[in-house]
Design a binder for this molecule. Structure first.
Ligand code: COA
Ligand code: MG
Length: 293
């Protein structure tokens, strides 16, 4: 399975064409044009139209083109899809997912659209945000809901609000939920993307928070301001040395597999499957499209 690098995904309000154009030029792995909480209720129509035309007109380069719709069940999601599908986004980001049924509904709806439009079936991707007690509790079944699902995203602010946690700089109050997202994603071969860092000016704090996310097992982190992109990219992009080490390890592994040997010694350390998986993850973050298995 080829995985695209999702180290940094930049959010922008869907009703702001200027930010969409700017975001596309800043080199994030994905842009997420928002129709949900970043857009006022009386601007939803404008935002849908702005996103549709941006999808048709803006040059996004190598950035994945994603749209965040309103939650399934909100009553706004149908129109979000109706209008934006015409722009053929690469995928949808689904907020406040709490049950696999919500994704199953979307899957069915998208399949019908793909058939009607003559697009390859299953091509429109999904990324689900888990950001409530129920979302975290059902993370495993949500992760298995549909093959369209490529990533789980953790949303700390909504989660903290839902359970009554008070946010602190260290983040102990979100550690359980944050790790639950990584575990559910890993168990189902999905990517895990970490929550936004809301202080737009605290670059050092962002670096520490992103580093913690990397250590916990996340593949990337959401961004909400241009300033955050280089910091997050720097944390999640492996160094040339790390990439070289991962390549050597996988080459040695493949040679030993051919000779029928599982565990082996490489550069003074015992190597087995977990280390190979970690090496493949490094190559995936380097954008070398290796396997996530
Ligand atoms: N994407 C693209 N461009 C952005 C951007 C974003 N998320 N945030 C800011 N910019 C641009 C601004 O348009 C401005 O560019 P310009 O001077 O060429 O017009 C430049 O970067 C500097 O912006 P700045 O003045 O520092 O920020 P702001 O005060 O205009 O905006 C926010 C602050 C938080 C409103 C803005 O960063 C934003 O909209 N973030 C995303 C919010 C969102 O999508 N939330 C939903 C998910 S949580
Ligand atoms: Mg939210």
């Amino acid at each position: 399975m080829n995985v695209r690098a999702r180290r940094t995904l930049l959010f922008m309000p869907g009703d702001e064409r200027r930010k969409i154009e700017k975001g596309a030029r800043l080199g994030p792995d994905a842009v997420i044009m928002d129709l949900e909480d970043g857009v006022a209720l009386n601007r939803k129509d404008v935002a849908r139209e702005t996103v549709r035309t941006a999808l048709q007109e803006v040059v996004f380069g190598r950035a994945e083109r994603l749209v965040r719709i309103n939650p399934v069940g909100s009553g706004l999601e149908e129109e979000d899809l109706d209008v934006t599908l015409a722009g053929r986004p690469d995928g949808y980001v689904v907020p406040k997912v709490e049950s696999p049924e919500q994704l199953a509904w979307l899957d069915e709806r998208l399949t019908a659209e793909e058939r009607a439009r003559g697009w390859p079936e299953g091509g429109v991707r999904l990324l689900a945000i888990l950001e409530s007690a129920r979302g975290i509790l059902h993370a495993g079944s949500i992760a298995a809901a549909t093959p369209r699902l490529e990533a789980l995203i953790f949303g700390a602010e909504d989660f903290a609000g839902d359970v009554g946690a008070r946010r602190t700089p260290g983040g102990w109050e979100i550690l359980y939920a944050r790790s639950a997202v990584v575990v559910a994603a890993a168990a189902h071969g999905l990517q895990a993307v970490d929550t936004v860092f809301t202080d737009l000016h605290d670059v050092e704090g962002l670096r520490q928070d992103a580093t913690l996310a990397l250590q916990l097992g996340f593949d990337g982190k959401l961004a909400i301001h241009p300033r955050q992109i280089p910091v997050i990219l720097d944390v999640f992009t492996p160094s040339a040395e790390e990439v070289e080490r991962a390549r050597r390890l996988i080459a040695a592994f493949e040679a030993h597999q051919k000779r029928g040997r599982g565990a082996f010694a490489h550069e003074g350390k015992m190597v087995d499957m977990p280390m190979i998986r970690a090496a493949r993850r490094v190559l995936a973050r380097a954008g070398e499209g290796s396997s996530a298995e």
